[in-house]
Design a protein around this ligand. Sequence first.
Ligand SMILES: C[S@@+](CC[C@H](N)C(=O)[O-])C[C@H]1O[C@@H](n2cnc3c(N)ncnc32)[C@H](O)[C@@H]1O
Length: 333
Amino acid sequence: MTSAARPPSATITDPDHIPVLLNEVVEGLALKDGGRYVDGTFGAGGYTVAMLNAAQCTVWAVDRDPEALERGKVLSEAFPGRLHLLPGRFGDLADLLLEQGINAIDGLALDLGISSMQVDDRSRGFSFLRDGPLDMRMEKTGMSAADAVNTLPESDLADIIKRYGEERHARRVAHAIVRARKNRPFSRTIHLADTIRAEVRRSLDGIDPATRTFQALRIFVNDELGELERGLSGAERLLSEHGRLAVVSFHSLEDRIVKTFIRDRSGRSPNPSRHRPAANDGRKVATFEMVNARASTPAKREVRDNPRARSARLRVAERTAIPPLTSVKGDVA
Ligand SMILES: C[S@@+](CC[C@H](N)C(=O)[O-])C[C@H]1O[C@@H](n2cnc3c(N)ncnc32)[C@H](O)[C@@H]1O
C-alpha cells in the first residue's frame, strides 16, 4: 500500500454480500500505485473496491454473471478510468485482456463459487431452501441444472454427484432422481431437494441432505473446476515477475486444485509435473514462489459475523521470472 492520494471511496454493490478474507487478500496482492490488477470474480465488487482504495492502480473486473456486472456500473463511475468491467469467464482471462490490449498484469484475485446475491435470489435456482426454477447457470446460458437431472443417464448423474458433491449415497440419489423424473420432470429446486431428502437422511452434523447434490450440480453446470484450472494457467501466463496470485476457495475440491498448482509450480510438489524442466544445477524450475505455505483461514470473529466464511481458505503465490509452462491455449509447453 502507498500513501498516494485516494479517490473518494465507493461501497460495494450489495450490502448483503460480505467479502471473505478481504484484508488478507488485499495484503496478499501487495498492491502498488500504477499497477494493473484483475479481480476475476467481481460479484458485489468487494475486492475490487478494496483494491482500488489500497493503491492508485487500475482494475479489470471480470464476472460471468451479467447481473453482477450490471450492478457494478455505478462503481465504474466512482473510479473513472481506473475500473474496467469485463463480462466473461476468468478461464478465458488471457483472451479477455488481450481484447483490451493488456498482455501482462501485476495481480489476480479469485474468490471462487457464487455470491450471496446469487444464492439469495430464488429465481437463479441455486438454493435448496427457497423454491425457484432449477437453473444454477451463472451465465444464464447453456445447460441448466434441470436439463442435467432430466436428461443425463443415471450412471452419469451418479458420477457427477459423487465427484463434485462427494456424496456417499450418490448412486441412491441418482436412482431416486431417475425414478422421480419418469413421473414428473424436474423444474423446481424444491422438487429436487425433497426427492433427495426422501432418500438420504440428515447427517448427525445437521447438514441438509440436499447440500452435496446441489453443490455437485452447480459445479457441473458451470464447469467450475475446469474454469479454475484454466484460470490458474492463465495467471501463470499473464502475471509479470513479482505479480501476485490470491485465490479464496470454499471446498476441498477447489482447494486441492489450487494447492496442487502452487506446489507444482513452485517446485515443491513431491511428484512434480513430468513436463517441468530441471535447471542446470538440478533444481526444479519454479514459475511461482509460495507466499503462504499454509492456507490462511478466517479468524473466529469473521466466521461469527459471516458464516459463509466458515470454510474459506486463501492461498497466495508470487510469480517468478521463469517463462510460463503452459502455452496460450493452456497446453503444457
Ligand atoms: C464469491 S463471489 C465474489 C464476491 C466478490 N469477491 C466480492 O467481494 O463481492 C463469486 C463471483 O464470481 C463469479 N464467477 C464464478 N466463477 C466465475 C468464472 N469462471 N468467471 C467469471 N466469474 C465467475 C460469480 O458469478 C460471482 O459473482
